[in-house]
Design a protein around this ligand. Structure first.
Ligand code: ADP
Ligand code: MG
Length: 211
């Protein structure tokens, strides 16, 4: 729990400690001991578009996943895989615009699933019980606020079997083409693309004036 938000249990591994443990052949210095069960998701601390993200189902595969991450980033996150529905919430100027459920046809919402037409089904609005979806929206807005975000963000979450929302990340520069998810969510809430852009600009001008 961070700021009252649920995130998947995680551990951060730095490249240097990883390289050192490899070099000296330390088999188990605790680096690959986690207090949560498999499967795990291994990802770089930064990046996006699912680049460098992999799902690890057996402990022996974690090394290859970490090696891949360290070609992209100095720090890797190993976190618990949360099974459930993947939902993305659009936030604009401190309000929840709406949400979309993403149903990738591949193992998860990979780079390929994100950018190849037909590889992901988008359910807009999501077919999720309204109280559960409302809680996901509230969690997304709280994540946006505690990170000090302004303007438009898109928050990625997984809603598990019990209806609990786990925040995966806050996208501070969400895709902004007319077919991107946030503009699609905005359209459903009555804001067409030009109005969305105008709302973002107006708020940032006001923010600038407030100093
Ligand atoms: N803890 C997790 N449990 C289940 N799936 C996950 C988890 N973390 C990431 N994923 C999957 O990997 C995708 C990319 O992860 P994310 O953390 O959003 O990184 P990116 O910044 O690359 O989008 C998610 O959209 C989701 O499909
Ligand atoms: Mg994401």
């Amino acid at each position: 729990m961070y700021h009252g938000l649920l995130v998947p249990p995680f551990k951060i591994i730095g490249r240097q400690s990883w390289v050192a443990s490899q070099k000296f052949g330390i088999q188990d210095n605790g680096l690959l001991t986690f207090d949560f069960e498999l499967p795990w998701v291994v990802k770089p601390v930064a990046e996006g578009s699912s680049i460098g993200v992999s799902i690890v189902k057996e402990k022996t595969s974690v090394r290859a996943a970490l090696d891949q991450v360290f070609t992209l980033s100095d720090k890797a996150v190993v976190e618990k895989y949360i099974e459930g529905k993947e939902v993305q919430v659009g936030i604009l100027n401190d309000t929840v615009l709406g949400a979309v459920e993403v149903r990738p046809k591949l193992e998860f919402y990979t780079y390929e699933a994100k950018y190849t037409a037909g590889l992901t089904e988008y359910i807009l609005p999501p077919e999720i019980e309204p109280p559960t979806l409302e809680k996901a929206g509230a969690a997304a807005l709280l994540a946006h606020r505690v990170l000090g975000c302004k303007g438009a963000t898109r928050v990625d979450l997984i809603i598990d079997r019990d209806g609990k929302s786990f925040v995966l990340e806050v996208n501070t520069l969400p895709g902004m083409t007319e077919t991107s998810l946030l503009p699609k969510i905005a359209r459903l809430s009555g804001l067409d693309f030009p109005s969305l852009i105008e709302a973002i600009l107006e708020e940032s001008i006001m923010e600038g004036r407030r100093g």
